[in-house]
Design a protein around this ligand. Structure first.
Ligand code: SOE
Length: 394
């Protein structure tokens, strides 16, 4: 069978990981990358050993060798790039958030379904073997009725006011910073693992660093680099937030997000408490799953393919004791994406753990409900009733 051709638009931090994941599949040709100008795209193409560079995403999408477009641009470009790819009936793998607002996300989801192609959002934590294990255990009823879901996604890379990223600019990142960038992962994980839906939210948001100083260039996440020239910028989007949650089965929940909390790197944690047992998964200890019980000892399930449930086992590639990490989970998501693409994006062929534009649209609706709740002084907001998710179909 002929290899699929992949093109990538937006050669920033995450782009290298998309290329790495695709290379590890072994049956995909990396055709080209496109950047904001030819010189920068050529520079990245040389660095990453990609054969061709384009100055514009439209040229890349027009290339007949490109079957799949990876959209790793900053958030404000997500819509235009994904839309152009869908119009050309190319499969799309997009970073989250799907777009900078729910309306654009809805339009993209509809366009993807109409185009009849595969449409993937890289909610990459779904690719962790123990995340899938937690999902399988909950699906099999091992926790009993779910009552409480809680956790956080805390970071510190924006602690210094001299770090200014496009994520803090509403024109480029969207109205939300922390909720959209990392809260979106937490909510996706909570819903994916539990099978529940968040039905209402109450958010309390804060901007801890209301003034930042930019060097002109956007800081890359975690780069810690601070340029010379300083321009003062007033920041309105949240860098800290707490949200109370109500789930559709009556369960309660809460989670916090932060980008300015010293010491927290990618501190993503989800705990689910049922009537019979509890589970806790921490991204920074991703080879362990804590299992809590009332009248029996608690235990720690160490990632071991031999001990994982059927659906989770295929996400683990190394024997027990060999750690699998972020890049391995990312590769699992990309492998699922290409398995779907190999079937032309036929809805019934979508791997069940793979997040689609339906999930991206739902995520945008959740974020907007949280922003509405906060702007109304912390009132309960219902999540749009038509904010769907993809439970196996597209
Ligand atoms: C920066 O906050 C970032 O790279 C996010 O954009 C990713 O989605 C998250 O997984 C890690 O942190």
């Amino acid at each position: 069978m002929k290899n699929l051709g992949m093109g990538l638009v937006g050669p920033g931090f995450i782009a290298a990981h998309h290329l790495d994941a695709v290379r590890r599949l072994g049956n995909v040709d990396i055709v080209a990358i496109a950047g904001s100008n030819l010189a920068s795209a050529q520079g990245k193409a040389r660095e990453w050993h990609v054969g061709h560079a384009y100055a514009s995403y439209l040229e890349l999408i027009d290339d007949p060798r490109v079957d799949v477009v990876h959209n790793t641009t900053p958030n404000h470009l997500h819509f235009d790039v994904s839309m152009a790819a869908l119009r050309a009936r190319k499969h799309v793998v997009s970073d989250k958030p799907l777009a900078t607002n729910a309306e654009q996300s809805r339009v993209l989801h509809e366009a993807a379904v109409q185009a009849g192609v595969a449409h993937v959002v890289t909610f990459n934590y779904r690719g962790n073997p123990l995340v899938q294990q937690a999902r399988a255990m909950i699906g099999q009823g091992e926790l009993g009725e779910l009552k409480f879901l809680h956790g956080h996604y805390l970071q510190d890379w924006m602690t210094d006011p001299n770090v200014y990223s496009w994520r803090s600019d509403p024109q480029k990142g969207g109205a939300s910073s922390a909720l959209a960038d990392v809260g979106s992962h937490w909510c996706d994980l909570a819903e994916h693992v539990s099978g529940l839906r968040i039905s209402a939210v109450l958010a309390d948001l804060t901007t801890v660093v209301p003034v930042r100083y930019s060097s002109g260039a956007s800081a890359q996440a975690f780069s810690g680099t601070v340029g010379e020239t300083r321009e003062r910028i007033d920041v309105t989007s949240e860098d800290l937030g707490s949200v109370l949650l109500r789930f559709d089965n009556g369960a309660k929940g809460c989670y916090s997000v932060g980008q300015v909390l010293p010491g927290h790197k990618n501190d993503l944690q989800l705990e689910v408490n049922g009537r019979s047992a509890s589970l806790r998964w921490q991204q920074e200890r991703q080879n362990e799953l804590w299992i809590g019980r009332h009248a029996q000892p608690n235990s720690l399930l160490i990632k071991d393919p031999a001990l994982l449930a059927g659906d989770a086992r295929r996400y683990a590639h190394l024997p027990a004791g060999h750690q699998e990490g972020w890049a391995d989970a990312f590769r699992n998501v990309i492998a699922d994406a290409y398995a779907w693409i190999a079937h032309g994006g036929a809805p019934e062929k979508k791997p069940t753990a793979l997040a689609t534009f339906a999930d991206g649209y739902r995520s945008s609706c959740l974020i907007e409900a949280m922003l509405r709740s906060h702007s109304r002084g912390g009132a309960w907001e219902t999540v749009e009733p038509n904010a769907t998710t993809d439970k196996g179909q597209s």
